[in-house]
Design a protein around this ligand. Structure first.
Ligand SMILES: C[S@@+](CC[C@H](N)C(=O)[O-])C[C@H]1O[C@@H](n2cnc3c(N)ncnc32)[C@H](O)[C@@H]1O
Length: 249
């Protein structure tokens, strides 16, 4: 009972991560994920968080955004459709260790005025890149259902790389609580296949709660403004924004 209330964070390899991109079970799971997002209301949650994240960037000519663990790029595309009419042009890089984004998706981004490219790389290699003398910088890095794959030194390295390369960060992750756990056992109700049914439960156990990401954020309190909060019924979000230093006269 105590274990259920406290729910210690447990990170395990998800089934989808063991399957080849073209495996029919993996394809099915990625389609399931779109249904899971509808139940989680991910699109609305991301929309709101993205608006807040770039509010301080308003008036700029364009935005450079990196999505980590972007999957097939369809989730960000659905959010881009809502944002594009009022946003400046976006240069978007979709990073994933699997090559999952098809030409049609890239074309759809283009029709919105967003330039989308893919980067097929393991994020831990990205984090360890030694090009930090002149690192590529992003206005915003986004991660959805992604940070929860990591713990310990790997998560610390990943967050440290994000702080070196971006002025803003937004993560939307599974919320680790009994309600989300109960719901994760019911994904069969929305027609999810075996891979998603298993991964949904693993994801909640690996999810976040309270101020856990804030506690791991590797920056001095006066350099970053951070906010960590529950969103919807099942999500846990973290936003960080670099605070521009006041010039000393
Ligand atoms: C649960 S899916 C989320 C996809 C998308 N962000 C969404 O919310 O629909 C996690 C994604 O992370 C990718 N991934 C897992 N581990 C990774 C790693 N070490 N480096 C890069 N991508 C990784 C997987 O290939 C998968 O596409």
């Amino acid at each position: 009972m105590t274990a259920l209330i406290n729910m210690p964070r447990i990170v395990a390899v998800e089934v989808l991560d063991t399957l080849a991109a073209v495996d029919p079970a993996a394809r099915r799971s990625r389609r399931d994920l779109q249904r899971v997002h509808r139940v989680m209301r991910t699109r609305a949650i991301l929309h709101q968080a993205l608006q807040l994240s770039v509010a301080s960037h308003s008036g700029k000519a364009s935005l450079r955004i990196l999505e980590l663990g972007a999957g097939d790029g369809s989730l960000m595309l659905s959010v881009a459709r809502d944002l594009a009419p009022t946003w400046p042009p976006v240069e978007l890089t979709l990073l994933d260790r699997q090559d999952l984004v098809d030409h049609e998706t890239i074309k759809c981004y283009g029709e919105l005025g967003w330039t989308a490219v893919t980067s097929v790389v393991d994020v831990l290699d990205w984090a360890a890149e030694k090009s930090d003398a002149a690192p590529v910088r992003w206005d915003l890095i986004v991660a959805n259902l992604f940070l929860h794959h990591f713990e310990g030194a790997q998560l610390a390295d990943l967050l440290a790389a994000i702080t070196r390369r971006s002025d803003r960060f937004l993560a939307c992750e599974p919320r680790r609580d009994w309600f989300a756990l109960a719901a994760s056992h019911l994904t069969g109700v929305i027609g999810a296949g075996a891979v998603t049914r298993e991964d949904a439960v693993l994801s909640v156990h690996a999810g976040f709660r309270k101020k856990e990401i804030t506690a791991l954020w590797p920056a001095n309190g006066d350099e970053w403004r951070v906010q960590e909060y529950s969103a919807g019924f099942f999500s846990h979000c973290f936003r960080a924004e670099r605070v521009e230093r006041m010039e000393v006269r």
